[in-house]
Design a protein around this ligand. Structure first.
Ligand code: NDP
Length: 309
């Protein structure tokens, strides 16, 4: 258990967001991961000091996330107000009048009265069968503003928005997005998008933070892999693991990484990254792995309106 809580970033709406979140998306997880593993992972994470959990309607595990939270509250480890819970609106609920009902359904699955952050998962709208729909995300955003107004979520934001989509949203909204969540790791450092968001006071959550450091069943993937000598030397210097070095790389850049694990030991390892710092040279060395290669490809949506990549 950490002696102190992880630090927070101050969002543009005054809300405070803890600087590391447990990922609960199982899309890139082991085939053996079950929904019950999510319940345990959330409980172990809170026990280990995490105060931020990242889930989404499409992950199909909001119920188990809620159970893990309830277990931790029942054991007296935390109170609800000490937690920061993020969930996301799926692509087939983008019509303005679908947003609040969709969030209410997420809340009922989570067993919560509010979430701390609600994100538009993708700028792309689809019909229920997954075929493209042409709902403008500016209309979706009006529904997001209503959800905030109703107190169903404290903060609202987006995920997988690119620079021009961020600009168009900022120019046409009453409440600016507090967060943009997108992929960032050593092979996808995203300097332009990170800079763009931060200079407009939009906090960045970094998904798939390990990149190809962990196995993605992509043998052709670029370095760094887990046994990379450059990462290994930095890890040895600080007495940390390669995974911890890569998470610290995100934190040094002011990002909020979202490591996913259902393994109790690795869950504890991943939050133990607040007692060392990387030098500017080490940060530059890790950033030089950048190849603009994504872990999360959505090629199937290439021809859909508002495809962001
Ligand atoms: P991660 O970079 O978190 O990698 C997860 C993998 O790394 C798992 O196989 C995990 O295995 C393994 N792992 C975890 N910790 C360690 C460690 N210390 N050492 C070695 N291996 C480790 O990738 P994800 O793609 O899962 O992304 C993380 C989260 O980001 C998701 O769960 C989700 O919440 C969010 N996300 C959001 C998206 C969006 O569109 N907004 C898209 C993709 C992800 P094990 O569990 O066995 O430890």
């Amino acid at each position: 258990v950490l002696a102190t809580q992880p630090p927070c970033v101050l969002l543009n709406d005054g809300n405070k967001m803890p600087m590391i979140a447990l990922g609960t998306g199982r899309g890139t997880a082991k085939e053996t991961d079950t929904l019950d593993d999510v319940r345990n992972a959330v409980f172990w994470a809170i026990e280990a000091g995490y105060r931020h959990i990242d889930t989404a309607a499409v992950y199909g595990d909001e119920e188990q996330v809620g159970q893990g939270i309830a277990d931790a509250i029942a054991k007296g480890i935390v109170t609800r107000d000490q937690l920061f819970i993020t969930t996301k609106l799926w692509n087939d609920k983008h019509a303005r009048d679908q947003v609040v009902p969709a969030l209410k359904e997420s809340l009922s699955r989570l067993g919560l009265e509010y979430v701390d952050l609600f994100l538009i998962h993708f700028p792309i709208a689809t019909k229920e069968d997954g075929s493209p729909d042409n709902i403008d995300y500016l209309d979706t955003w009006k529904g997001m503003e209503e959800a905030k107004q109703l107190g169903l979520t404290t903060s609202i934001g987006v995920s997988n928005f690119n620079i021009s989509q961020i600009d168009r949203l900022l120019a046409n909204s009453n409440v600016p997005p507090a967060v943009n969540e997108f992929e960032v790791n050593p092979t996808l450092t995203q300097e332009p998008l990170v800079y763009h968001c931060m200079s407009r006071n939009i906090a960045v959550m970094a998904y798939s933070p390990f990149g190809f450091l962990v196995s993605r069943n992509r043998p052709e993937a670029p370095p760094p892999k887990y046994d990379d000598p450059i990462i290994g030397a930095i890890a040895a210097k600080y007495g940390k693991s390669p995974g911890q070095v890569v998470l610290r790389f995100a934190i040094e850049r002011g990002l909020v990484p979202i490591p996913k694990s259902t393994n109790q030991k690795r869950i504890a390892e991943n939050i133990n990254v607040f007692d060392f710092e990387l030098s500017a040279e080490e940060i530059a060395a890790i950033a030089s792995f950048n190849k603009n290669v994504r872990v999360i490809e959505i090629d199937g949506w290439k021809d859909y309106p508002n495809y962001p990549f």
